[in-house]
Design a protein around this ligand. Sequence first.
Ligand code: AHG
Ligand code: MN
Ligand code: MN
Length: 337
Amino acid sequence: MDADSGVRTIERFILEREKEVPEATGELSTLLYDMCLAAKVIAAAIRRAGLVDILGSADNVNVQGEEQQKLDVFANEAIKNAMGHTGRVAVMASEEDEGPIPIPPDWPIGRYVVVFDPLDGSSNIDSNSSVGTIFSIYSRVTQDGQGTLEDLLQPGSKQVAAGYMMYGSSTMLVYTTGQGVHGFTLDPTIGEFVLSHEAIKIPAVGKYYSVNESNFARWDRGVQTAVRGFHGDLPERIVGKNSRYIGSFVADFHRNLINGGVFMYPADTKYANGKLRLLYEANPMAFLVEQAGGAATDGVTRIVDIVPESLHQRTPLVIGSRDDVEFVRTILTEDDA
Ligand code: AHG
Ligand code: MN
Ligand code: MN
């Protein structure tokens, strides 16, 4: 491979995109590089998870009341360290931390806000199934000093960037800054994320539907009808789909993004507002999927229009191929839903 063999690293790609934005200062680009570094650190730990004592439970329960895995904690620290020491961030929030995460003392405070799910799909770690990281970036709205909840509780429509890492058969990073969705694959031989999926577009109609069918009895009638449509029971309204459910949102989302598909985590009698969290799971993926030509709602309302009231609030979620998300909305808004 000669020196300039057309290999486009993420650093080069981000710089190329930056030139297209007149007011770009390079700060967001630098923040994205730092996220790439965190991704490499986490990927290295996951690759070796079976070999070193990093699998299993951290014998701790997080703010969600969920048992923390050691990799949850490791990934959380890796991102906080990468983001907190850049001088470009005013405040952070994480699934694994109860409140706002301040910038360490004697570090410069910047103008960006970063919220993240450091490790998504934790329940799949010990079985070596794909897991991921999800992040979302905003510009601060307060003027100076440490960022506050006001900076964190912005609607998803205010995001300036969003992305995810997927630690699967290969490590991928997929992001958007509002100029399309682009995917990079980590080349371990050179330790760089290399452009592998430029300008991803999600098909309008999906091959797959992804939902945890064991919750069927706990859904309301409208949701049950919509899922029966995906089963092929309403052929006059929608062609039936194939079912795929990994149980890691990042992995289910990524497969649907590439092949076309719809993912649902509806409200049910156990999770009155659904299970996924608005700030660091639904919003970043909603920004990405809309940039790829898809859609994301809580069943009826566009996800990025929801004004958050708390850091860890949950939302019902229907996300993926545009026509499939619209089908669900139609069913849920019909009189007899
Ligand atoms: P996390 O590991 O960050 O808590 O996220 C787990 C989420 C999401 O990844 C996945 O789609 C969903 O939990 C699966 O939930 P069920 O096991 O209830 O289907
Ligand atoms: Mn998650
Ligand atoms: Mn998580």
